[in-house]
Design a protein around this ligand. Structure first.
Ligand SMILES: Nc1nc2c(ncn2[C@@H]2O[C@H](COP(=O)(O)OP(=O)(O)OP(=O)(O)O)[C@@H](O)[C@H]2O)c(=O)[nH]1
Ligand SMILES: [Mg+2]
Length: 409
């Protein structure tokens, strides 16, 4: 499934819990995603550990017995890193590190790390660094309160405190510095965006790895980096696209993910301005992914956070070439037929019922149904355009009419 290359991958174990709000199936799905994240970050998931529990242990996350299993496995199999699917507190991270004697990371760490590896431009690097500092700051404090509680105040002040205080000051200064740097670049970018005139702006949004960049490349004949790893794109690329004779701006930007660290959403606010200021969103979905409906919900949630939820949106269901329904046994009277058994036709009907004409089913890779895509986008962009410039109405006829004329030429 994953493209394994000949590079040495860090050997990791993955750890998740099964709780009341996270059943076994969900937990497996989350760990699948964590495995993909691990691979993207340069790691290999050697084994998974899960534990059923009411709530995670406040000190060590897992229970003592399970922790011992993990420790033994790590010792016997030369594992360098333990990755937890949920966010660990500073003290949990420390306690676990002391038991397992290896690097201890959580999902947020992992996502931040991938972003740091992938940031190409100085702008993206600055934003990631800011997110990392924001992640670190409360954890420095967490470490200190933890020590204070455990060992008492006396004797812990003096050098210990100064060290942490100094660390915190350094991190805080760094945050101010980075924020100022971002502010300057923001101003330049706002000017750039202003210079783009009144062209209609369309933004590709969606979960990571759904094919946004591939679609961008297909429709704009550009070369945006696309690959089967998470977060291939961190910077926003804007291209002028012309369908028939109607020009508009199409932007491709960072993908979303479930439990996207808030620090990242915050520091990537400016990158996401492209989405916030767009006239039309194309919400790209990977319909071949078994959890695509979950992904849609995560994306809508983040769009809500960045105030992009009420924009005109077309749902673009991509990768129809790769969609496969699971077989359903009609003779099994106990089995319940669910979405995973739907045919593509059934999905089409379901979504047409939900969003009417605003659902499209395409393959950006094998270029299926792109004509339909062009038509829908053309009509929508035209609608926005003529509302903005009523006197331009005659310039952009109906898509079919425009198409007919251009075919005659
Ligand atoms: N089978 C199939 N694969 C596709 C299709 N579109 C994209 N892909 C593949 O999906 C993977 C991810 O594509 P990208 O275009 O990088 O996805 P993205 O949404 O830009 O991802 P991020 O930038 O990481 O958020 C690549 O391996 C593509 O080749 C499609 O229509 N069908
Ligand atoms: Mg991309």
């Amino acid at each position: 499934m994953l493209e394994k290359k000949d590079i040495t991958l860090e050997r990791c174990v993955l750890i998740g819990v099964i709780t009341q709000d996270q059943n076994e199936i969900q937990s497996t799905e989350y760990l699948d995603e964590l495995e993909f994240l691990t691979y993207t970050a340069g790691g290999e998931a050697v084994k998974r550990f899960t534990q059923k529990m009411e709530m995670p242990n406040p000190k060590t996350f897992l229970g003592t017995g399970k922790m011992e299993d993990v420790r033994k496995f790590i010792e016997e199999n030369d594992i360098g890193t333990a990755i937890f699917d949920d966010e660990l507190s500073a003290s949990q991270q420390r306690n676990i590190g002391e038991i397992l004697l290896c690097k201890v990371l959580d999902r947020t760490n992992l996502i931040l790390d991938i972003f740091a590896q992938r940031a190409q431009t100085s702008y993206a690097r600055t934003q990631v660094e800011l997110a990392q500092c924001e992640y670190l700051l409360p954890r420095l404090r967490g470490m200190w309160t933890h020590l204070e509680r455990q060992k008492g105040g006396i004797g812990m002040r003096g050098p210990g405190e100064t060290e942490i205080e100094t660390d915190r000051r350094i991190v805080r200064d760094k945050i101010t510095l980075l924020k100022n740097k971002i502010k300057i670049i923001d101003k330049q970018q706002a000017v750039q965006r202003g210079n783009r005139g009144k062209m209609v702006r369309v933004a590709l949004v969606g979960y990571t790895n759904v094919g946004k960049s591939t679609l961008m490349n297909t429709v704009s004949k550009s070369k945006v980096f696309a690959e089967n790893k998470l977060f291939a794109t961190l910077d926003t690329t804007v291209r002028k696209v012309v369908i028939q004779n109607l020009p508009f701006l199409l932007s491709d930007t960072v993908g979303f993910i479930r439990k996207l660290p808030t620090q990242l959403v915050d520091s990537f606010k400016s990158t996401l301005d492209e989405v916030r200021e767009a006239d039309l969103l194309l919400h790209v979905v990977d319909i071949s992914h078994p959890n695509f409906e979950d992904h849609i919900n995560s994306v809508n949630k983040i769009l809500g956070e960045i105030k992009g939820a009420d924009k005109p949106t077309i749902m673009v269901f991509n990768k129809i070439d790769a969609y496969k329904a699971e077989p359903f046994d009609e003779t099994d009277l106990i089995a319940v037929r669910t979405g995973v058994h739907y045919s593509l036709e059934e999905w089409k009907k379901t979504w047409m019922n939900k969003v009417g004409n605003n659902a499209l089913f395409i393959s950006a890779l094998s270029k299926e149904n792109l004509e339909d895509f062009k038509k829908r986008v053309y009509n929508e962009v035209r609608e926005i355009h003529v509302t903005r410039f009523p006197y331009n109405h005659f310039l952009y006829p109906d898509y079919d009419y425009a198409n007919m004329n251009s075919e005659e030429e």
